[in-house]
Design a protein around this ligand. Structure first.
Ligand code: AMP
Ligand code: ZN
Length: 136
């Protein structure tokens, strides 16, 4: 636990939350500034700043927690779909430095876009040249 981390404070129950799902490893609660009806964040109970600070076991646990959260949201709000993902690092828009998966319930008339609308800047290399960087 980090004493100055807002999400660690939520886990410690020093800050209130609207819980959607909880188990031994994961807590999911409604985002306080929702971008969709039922917008939820799923967090590991152990503080980790980014995915690179998490163990493989913790990745399994948060994936299961995300699915359970989606099942709960589906049952209660019955959205037409979901976007899930996380802002990993400041360049990707991460503000709270405690890993969290955003779960956006989606509704056919909500006017939103897909994951592809996050960024549209393919860079200055053709895909084939990028692929060569991964050779070997
Ligand atoms: P990110 O930009 O990915 O770091 O998003 C952090 C998210 O945490 C934002 O969507 C905030 O609205 C949300 N958030 C911050 N503080 C709280 C809080 N106390 N309870 C619920 N959600 C929060
Ligand atoms: Zn934390």
């Amino acid at each position: 636990m980090l004493t100055d981390c807002i999400f660690c404070k939520i886990i410690a129950k020093d800050v209130p939350n609207y819980t959607i799902y909880e188990d031994d490893h994961v807590l999911a609660f409604l985002d306080i500034h929702p971008h969709a009806k039922g917008h939820t964040v799923v967090i590991p109970k152990r503080h980790a700043e980014t995915v690179f600070d998490m163990t493989d076991e913790e990745m399994k646990q948060i994936s299961i927690g995300m699915k359970r959260t989606m099942e709960r949201l589906k049952k209660v709000l019955n959205p037409d779909g979901f976007n899930t993902g996380w802002n990993d690092g400041q360049a990707a828009g991460q503000v709270v430095p405690h890993v969290h998966i955003h779960v956006f319930p989606r509704y056919s008339t909500d006017g939103g876009g897909s994951m592809h609308s996050i960024v549209k800047n393919p860079g200055d290399m053709p895909v084939g040249d990028v692929a060569k960087l991964f050779a070997n």
